[in-house]
Ligand binder design. Structure first.
Ligand SMILES: Nc1ncnc2c1ncn2[C@@H]1O[C@H](COP(=O)(O)OP(=O)(O)O)[C@@H](O)[C@H]1O
Ligand SMILES: [Mg+2]
Length: 416
């Protein structure tokens, strides 16, 4: 796709208006007032933080808003309650030991304090007479700090359990690649819970089930509040768009928010990316108002600037010199409301959208590629004859791209 408008020449104006601070597709929300909806989940998390011995496991699809939720929690707990709130992001190189080191360092625990060497010391001569009088034969306790060498879950737990109340958020725990490390994290949670520690852990990650994040450690379930973060409600996404436009002082047609919410399909990421482009476009074109007729152009730029992994998967799967069938089938599948669907469901949606029938052979050929090794793995087979999108955000991306390309096709060549 060719760029329909470039921001580079207008960045100053766009930033002066605050557009990139209001719509932040690539950054979790961290201010309470920018977080829409999510009251039930927040209440559960706050309730759990108030319950001795309980920790939180927050899980859900990529892009539903897990990091945003966990980042606003510190602003919602009374500041005097927590000594420190720390936030750690894992990646594929994270091990239990590196995580433990990061926690200890953020809590300023640099060594094991040993005050066991309290010993009676008789102050020796050559001290000044005045001082010496008081200190002669006094007990002197020597506290030394031994470096921490043992980073097993039990050693780490005993270092942490006596700490002042603090909140430790461990994000992207799903990226910890070794199940043993995941299991050790679960063990730490259990040990801290058993010891009635003042520390509260919130473990966050992409997962379908909580078990995936705890490495299947059975006994940890009892000390965890498992909070599944589902998609956002359409109404909350609508408000996200309207609130952002209101903050930027744009007069935005309510239907714009409705259309964006429909496309976003519960993923706030898409509401931010389309909102950003709608607002930037209005700045570039010197408009005060945002109407439904402006959405298509904003979708075009949104599709271009979307996350690379989505673009690559879509491109790999649909690139074909001879036929539009791949894009049309992906678009038809993206219009199915259910998370799982069969070939028959796609064929039905296809004929509703394009007013023609998709033959069985074309349909199965296309599916073979979309879910096969040579395609971009846009679809995944989840059972016999049953498929789902490998990335749950793909339906929104595919619909956005399809509409953007259809819009582009209607534009005179010079306008691109
Ligand atoms: N409740 C919310 N209200 C408004 N925007 C949100 C909300 N939750 C997430 N977002 C936005 O959606 C995008 C994805 O959120 P993020 O927290 O990074 O998701 P996750 O951690 O689940 O991948 C970000 O742009 C973030 O600013
Ligand atoms: Mg995240």
């Amino acid at each position: 796709m060719t760029k329909i408008f470039s921001w580079q020449d207008h960045l100053e104006d766009i930033d002066k208006r605050g557009v990139r601070k209001t719509f932040t597709p690539h950054k979790p929300v961290s201010e309470v007032q920018s977080l829409l909806g999510r009251q039930p989940e927040l209440m559960r998390i706050l309730g759990c933080l108030d319950t001795p011995g309980r920790h939180v496991l927050l899980y859900g699809d990529r892009g539903v808003g897990k990091s945003s939720l966990v980042k606003v929690v510190p602003h919602l707990i009374a500041s005097k309650k927590m000594h420190k709130c720390i936030y750690i992001t894992c990646d594929s190189r994270t091990t239990f030991k590196s995580l433990a080191r990061a926690i200890l360092s953020k809590l300023d625990i640099s060594g094991i304090e040993e005050s066991t060497f309290a010993r009676e010391e008789t102050m020796k001569a050559n001290v000044s007479a005045v001082v010496a009088t008081g200190e002669l034969n006094s007990k002197k306790t020597t506290t030394i700090k031994k470096p921490i060498t043992d980073l097993s879950p039990s050693a780490v737990a005993s270092l942490l359990e006596t700490q002042k109340p603090s909140l430790i958020a461990i994000d992207e725990a799903d990226t910890i690649s070794d199940p043993t490390d995941k299991g050790q994290l679960a063990e730490l949670l259990k040990l801290l819970s058993d010891a009635d520690s003042n520390l509260k852990l919130i473990v966050v990650g992409i997962a379908d089930t909580a078990r995936e994040l705890t490495g299947g450690h059975p006994s940890v379930q009892r000390c965890l509040d498992e909070v599944k973060l589902g998609r956002m409600k359409n109404e909350d996404i609508r408000q996200l768009v309207l609130q952002g436009m209101h903050r930027l002082k744009f007069d935005c047609e309510p239907q714009v928010a409705t259309e964006v919410a429909k496309l976003a399909n519960g993923f706030p990421y898409f509401a931010h990316i389309v909102g950003l482009n709608l607002a930037a476009l209005a700045v570039v074109e010197g408009r005060k108002h945002i109407r439904q007729s402006h959405v298509a152009k904003a979708l075009l730029h949104s599709a271009e600037s979307a996350e690379q992994s989505l673009k690559d998967a879509y491109e790999d799967a649909t690139r074909s010199s001879t036929t539009l069938a791949y894009k049309q089938v992906v678009n038809a599948a993206a219009h199915i409301e259910l998370p799982e669907f069969s070939l028959k469901d796609v064929k039905t949606r296809f004929s509703e959208l394009y007013k023609r029938t998709l033959s069985d052979s074309t349909c199965s050929n296309v599916f073979r590629r979309l879910a096969g090794e040579n395609g971009g793995h846009v679809l995944r087979r989840s059972g016999r004859g049953v498929y789902r999108f490998a990335d749950p955000r793909m339906p929104s991306f595919a619909r956005m791209t399809y509409s953007a390309e259809a819009f582009q096709a209607t534009q005179p060549a010079g306008n691109q």
